[in-house]
Design a protein around this ligand. Sequence first.
Ligand SMILES: [Zn+2]
Length: 263
Amino acid sequence: MPVHALAVSDEIDQRIYSATLWQRMPDVEVVFSCGDLPARYLEFIVDALDKPVYYVLGNHAEELTRGGDWGKRYRPQGCVDLCGKVVRDPGSGLILAGLPGSPKYNEAEPEQYTEAEMMWKILAMTPRLLWNRYRHGRALDVLVSHAPPRDVNDQPEDPAHRGFVAMRRFLRWFRPAYQLHGHIHLYDRSRSARTTFEGTEVINVFPYQELDLHVPAVEPAPVPVPAPVTATTTAAGRLRTATRDMAQREAEPVTKSPLESHP
Ligand SMILES: [Zn+2]
């Protein structure tokens, strides 16, 4: 069964920011925000759909304020910060990971990273991803990011909207079924928002997408079978063995020494 998801990014869309949202999307199971949306928008979706909302920060980090670019900074209430984390959504069972921000292009915006900084974020997540591959048969199902990978759905001629080379490596190494991103404002609907790279479907969700996520049902890796417990490996077993040995020794016939056999 596919997981029905809503993904949003970069711009408040009145089709989502609407009192009838829960009537139009009653079967959404999980929500992803790919960045640069104010906290009040994400909190509205939490209230309207009553489903988990996972978010990463965009380069403008608008999530940290109620008004967008201004106001007191705080985390969106009732939403799950996915930045640099690997988590399993308990409702759908999806394994998720999140990478925030955009490539570094100036000193003004708060969430910008060099290729090396993005690679460090990926390396920090690697032990958990490898554990998932061993435990669940797959490292993750969905990578949620603000920026796309380099040369996939990006605008390579613009330093601010160029994708990350590090994310291409992430997809090669860990092979999620999907990467959802924003950051690229795609107004030209003749351009495709979806590209398949190394088996991952990379989707630009700007400004929102309703998705059926088809995640292969992978059997978990076999759990090593512990060695059978024998009687001699437990304390009680060792005691029983020692007692049996003593009883056997007592039952054995006592042989007389050669000296005793002489008169
Ligand atoms: Zn952006």
